[in-house]
Design a protein around this ligand. Structure first.
Ligand code: ZN
Length: 428
């Protein structure tokens, strides 16, 4: 275990709040969290019990009214390197047209702009109480060094593309060479095949063999009706888009099946895979996903901003016992990377899903799939104190509905700026 002492405060501290949302245990009214001098959660409980228990110790107590303490948020799907694309692509395009715009318009930005906007969004994530991201990186992996020096826990997924089967081996090797085995305190790397319309079956198989059941990975899947039609027929607007960008492979054959079933045949589905979007699936697909214990990341605002032609069946995923988390996707298809806004929107389109479940999706569920759940995502003794305090100007009766009521109603701050940066090199 490696601990960077320069990054945290040196004395134990007790934080009081009207509510403590532990996430993996029932919430506590008038609660207290004790943070040890090593930056970990030492204790949590009812205020009077905690204050009595630690009364003989000279510990600083931080009291605040109208507040909730909860774990910091986990944004499971971002593309920080696309932050310069905010507002660049018009809303309401078909999915294929949107992909064309995204591929071509990003080329107009230079490295300095990409890097500056990426860094700005990392600060924005930190400022709104995010503590971890699953981030997709492209060629230059600009986000990697910036994330390494940030406070965020991060998995940087190197996005692999290559629709021509002839280049599969070369592309695979190129991306594997990018992966560093040197562990960093809070940033890890992985491979992410982009999507069925940009990755050849040969390349998918190479990645599947490399990842096996032991490496985390992610893929954009079943996002749009264009993708569904393309895999069924091998033609349509998606094929035209691939031809337009000069990547079409005459040898590619439509699998004539669903995206989920296609990836099952290619060996990609497993319990380390995070499927992003998963909007268009059949009941058989859901059974397949359940049997392989894959994880799902929903990005509902992005799905509306690009017209994907549907809403992900989250209730069915939850009923099947799948681990579902939340992401914002990139600024090319969303207004901000603020997960509070994502939760509020999610609630508006999935009103039957309990508030507690939505907050789990934005905390522990994301931590679970990114492999950080032994450190963050819930308030438990021994975990890193990557905690935030939600502050209101009025008393809070129902903490879960309050945090879903709109980010303009509160602020979310890290409860102890220097306390939660405890980093460990756990096996992963
Ligand atoms: Zn994405």
């Amino acid at each position: 275990m490696a601990i960077s002492k320069s990054n945290f405060c040196i004395s134990m501290k007790i934080f009081l709040a009207d509510w403590i949302l532990l996430i993996t245990s029932p919430k506590i009214k008038n609660g207290a969290v004790v943070i040890a001098d090593d930056g970990r959660i030492a204790d949590v409980g009812i205020q009077q019990d905690i204050l009595k228990k630690y009364s003989d110790k000279n510990i600083q107590v931080a009291e605040s009214k109208n507040t909730i303490i909860m774990p910091g948020l986990v944004n499971a799907h971002t593309h920080l390197e696309l932050s310069m694309m905010k507002g660049v692509i018009p809303r309401g395009l078909s999915f294929s047209d949107w992909v064309f715009e995204a591929i071509t318009k990003r080329l107009q930005f230079n490295d300095a702009t990409i890097s500056a906007d990426c860094e700005k969004q990392i600060h924005a994530l930190e400022a709104c109480g995010t503590v971890a991201v699953g981030d997709i990186a492209n060629h230059s992996a600009t986000s990697m060094p910036l994330l390494e020096k940030s406070s965020l826990y991060a998995v940087v997924f190197n996005e692999v593309t290559g629709f021509s089967g002839a280049v599969a081996q070369d592309r695979f090797q190129e991306f594997v060479n990018k992966i560093s085995d040197t562990p960093h305190r809070n940033t890890r790397q992985a491979l992410a095949p982009h999507a069925p319309y940009s990755v050849s079956p040969e390349l998918f198989r190479l990645i599947a063999a490399y990842n096996s059941d032991s490496r985390i990975s992610t893929v954009h899947l079943a996002e749009s009706k264009d993708e569904i039609a393309f895999l069924q027929t091998g033609s349509g607007s998606m094929k035209e888009m691939i031809q337009k960008i000069g990547r079409w492979d005459e040898n590619w054959k439509a699998p004539k099946t669903t995206p989920v079933s296609y990836l099952k045949k290619l060996g990609i589905l497993n319990s380390k895979l995070l499927i992003v979007h998963a909007v268009h699936v059949t009941d058989d697909d859901i059974e397949l996903l359940r049997s392989q214990s894959v994880h799902i990341c929903s990005c509902p605002r992005s799905n509306v901003q690009i017209d994907v032609g549907g809403t992900a069946p989250i209730e069915k995923y939850l009923n099947a016992g799948l681990n579902v988390c939340l992401g914002t996707d990139s600024l090319a298809s969303n207004d901000d990377l603020n997960l509070w806004n994502e939760m509020t929107f999610f609630k508006s389109i999935h009103p039957a899903i309990p508030n507690e479940k939505i907050i789990e999706m934005a905390t522990i569920n994301g931590a679970r799939v990114l492999g950080f759940d032994s450190q963050i995502g819930s308030i438990e003794k021994g975990k890193d104190a990557a905690l935030i305090r939600v502050e209101s100007n009025k008393p809070i009766d129902d903490p879960e509905s309050f945090v879903l009521s709109g980010y303009d109603r509160f602020s979310a701050v890290h409860i102890n700026e220097c306390a939660y940066r405890v980093y460990s090199h756990t096996s992963w």
